[in-house]
Design a protein around this ligand. Structure first.
Ligand SMILES: Nc1ncnc2c1ncn2[C@@H]1O[C@H](COP(=O)(O)OP(=O)(O)OP(=O)(O)O)[C@@H](O)[C@H]1O
Length: 370
């Protein structure tokens, strides 16, 4: 079910500029995690470090029993095959049509026949809703199509880990929503661990199982979506509320006098809005790796900060869980497959507590049009 990434004490600096230091977290296998942070806090640098494109100054990136920064060139080359990476602009070759762009990793890294390559490329193009656009050049398609083509290319080697850098950049909110649906549907279908960097608050609130936030050269918090969406930590609140009030300033952090002035005026980022339901696969089935709020903390020995999981409406997302699972299981049973059993993170399936059921109906391929 994808591969877990265990990061320990990771530090990256360019010359005298420390980007982040002592970052430790476990990105759970098979789940969707989102990394947030103000511009310039080093989210892209983090993704590039995970895939071995940048070498950290200190620390470890464990992928199974391989510690990525200390691998030989040959071992790194092999380990990179576990990764699919979707860069911001899709990073397509401008002179190649979409078919050849998507086929590129297969031709570079495998000895597959052209007919087998064609089968795989068309399968991935279908997954992202691009069938019919094989002959188009990157310059002839929209930003959203470029991202989907980049995603198809990231998928051709059947990655265990998908790293996705700002998929929403340059997309309108509706296309962003469709693309998020593609991610959820893909995550339900393939065995891969997803890590997505985004600035889109709606994406952060509804898409992931887990959220992490980088600020002041540190990982402020990483944990289940519901824990951060009910957090009282000022920087988490400010970011998820998209508020001017709080420690994050225009360039990066506010100085003490600005923070004192805000406190004196009684300004605060405000409470976070109620926790919304998590985005479901479009066929209504529960993803096997969607987890119970709180189970992650138990599995990782983390004591949630006070007030965690209790949202603005006073709902305790841990207590609501069993009721929700029961209602979801009943609906999921009408679709297909057995209800998910205990996963690596805890006892169960799922999406959000009881407010609005799954988007049931006819199963659809994830290649939604957008
Ligand atoms: N190869 C490099 N050499 C020197 N500095 C770099 C390099 N790559 C990134 N940086 C610096 O690292 C810092 C973090 O950059 P990064 O692109 O990771 O930020 P980010 O959080 O992804 O920002 P944004 O949200 O705006 O995309 C920036 O100050 C950037 O200039």
């Amino acid at each position: 079910m994808g591969v877990e990434i265990r990061v320990e004490g990771l530090t990256k600096a360019f010359g005298s500029q420390t980007i982040w230091q002592d970052v430790s977290l476990t990105i759970p296998s098979g789940e969707i995690s989102v990394l947030l942070g103000p511009s310039g806090t080093g989210k892209s640098v983090f993704l590039k470090s995970l895939v071995g494109l940048l070498k950290p100054n200190r620390g470890h990136i464990w992928i199974g029993d391989r510690d990525l920064p200390y691998l030989s060139e040959g071992q790194l080359y092999e380990t990179r095959k576990l990764f699919g990476v979707l860069f911001q602009d899709g990073a397509l070759f401008g002179s190649m049509n979409l078919f050849d762009n998507i086929a590129f990793p297969l031709r570079e890294h495998t000895k597959k026949s052209e007919s087998e390559i064609k089968r795989i490329v068309m399968e991935k193009m279908d997954l992202v809703g691009l069938v019919g656009a094989e002959g188009k050049l990157p310059g002839e398609i929209s930003g959203g199509m470029k991202k989907r083509a980049g995603l198809a290319r990231a998928l051709v080697l059947d990655p265990e880990i998908l790293l996705i850098d700002e998929p929403d950049s340059g997309l309108d909110p509706v296309r962003t929503s469709f693309l998020n649906q593609v991610f959820v549907d893909l995550n339900a279908q393939i065995n891969a661990t997803f890590l997505i960097v985004t600035h889109d608050i709606n994406t952060a609130r509804t898409l992931p199982d887990n959220i992490g936030l980088l600020f002041r050269r540190e990982l402020v918090m990483f944990g289940p979506r519901e824990m951060l969406l009910s957090s009282e930590e000022p920087v988490v609140r400010q970011f998820l509320n998209a508020s001017k009030i709080g420690p994050i300033g225009m360039s990066e952090e506010k100085d003490i006098s600005e923070l004192e002035a805000e406190a004196n005026m009684g300004l605060e980022a405000g409470k976070l809005p109620p926790i919304p339901p998590q985005q479901m696969p479009s066929n209504g089935l529960i993803r096997p790796t969607q987890h119970a709020p709180g189970a992650w903390c138990a599995a990782h020995g983390v004591t949630p900060p006070p007030g965690s999981f209790i949202d603005e409406l006073g709902r305790n997302w841990v207590e609501e869980w069993p009721r929700y699972v029961a209602s979801m299981s009943a609906v999921a049973g009408q679709h297909a497959g057995p209800p998910p059993g205990p996963g690596p993170q805890g006892p169960g399936p799922q999406a959000g507590p009881p407010m609005g059921g799954p988007q049931g109906g006819r199963p659809q391929p994830p290649g939604a049009r957008y």
